[in-house]
Design a protein around this ligand. Sequence first.
Ligand SMILES: Nc1ncnc2c1ncn2[C@@H]1O[C@H](COP(=O)(O)OP(=O)(O)OP(=O)(O)O)[C@@H](O)[C@H]1O
Ligand SMILES: [Mg+2]
Length: 330
Amino acid sequence: MEDKLLNVNDLSVGFESDDGMFMAVRDMGFAVRKGETVCIVGESGCGKSVTSLAIMRLLAEPPAHVSGEVLFEGKDLLKLPMDEMRGIRGNQIAMIFQEPMTSLNPVFTCGFQISEALIAHQGMTKAQARERSIELMRMVGIPEPEKRFDAYPHELSGGMRQRVMISMALACEPKLLIDDEPTTALDVTIQAQIMELLRDLKRRLGMALILITHDMGIVAQMAEWVIVMYAGEEVERADVRTIFSNPLHPYTEGLLESIPRLDSDTNKELPVIEGTVPGMYDMPKGCKFAPRCKRCMERCLNEAPPLVTLDDGHAVRCFLASEGREDSDA
Ligand SMILES: Nc1ncnc2c1ncn2[C@@H]1O[C@H](COP(=O)(O)OP(=O)(O)OP(=O)(O)O)[C@@H](O)[C@H]1O
Ligand SMILES: [Mg+2]
């Protein structure tokens, strides 16, 4: 397990419904090393948030059914008693949610909410927690943090709320931060500032980061390792350089083509991958991407390709890339 901080093995999540079980995430397997940034990319509905909520044990079971292993420093989080899990959550692993208002309580001041974490997890006194909270608010770029300490979430702009949420997540200096598209709703300048901030904090605190996004520009800037998801499954994973220089899955290629380029004709429309992610009732029998794939073969319609590991941990779920290779790890 050497320098691995987190090892996710065969993680699957299904949701019970009146029509049976809907598998939102199937057999995810990836590792995060100390201090490393892993980006999970894929379009809306592919299972990014469900994966991170399952790691954090934040899905209500039932309706959710979670199986597999989530080893954090060798301990399986999925088997921990809830009180022990609560001790790890917010302390060793923190999460920034997609929607800031889900983790900010509207009836308490921002300062109170940051201090609460420090008092609960680090045993600080109220005065110490206030001082540290202000320091954290300053660190994430909140101007006049002494004043903002007493502000309620609704009194702040979207960007400032995100920063409050980030300072809450960082309050206990977690070893792992899971960041679920915290900047999608923000304008690009603030988004860039927050990414810069996360990079800086990673350098200073040696924190590992799982960054969930559908923006390949952010991936290029931030990731060391990339996981591409489609319809609940990993379709490709590799180090960031390989993903950009030698993408092998047609879906990854499509994602890369959709990055806006500064040097291209701005009037030209961006290429989009045609079609939509299959829903729970129209899940294809073979490859889930087949109905949208430009290079779909007969075989892809009937047979689901396994995830096959090629060189240096580069893994792909596509017959075109894995043909002739024996070392399937699915
Ligand atoms: N509590 C739930 N009950 C039933 N189905 C759910 C639940 N939460 C998520 N799902 C379904 O699981 C699938 C994956 O959802 P998820 O929120 O992980 O997508 P996502 O990749 O985070 O998308 P986005 O980019 O829009 O945030 C979707 O089909 C979603 O409808
Ligand atoms: Mg999501």
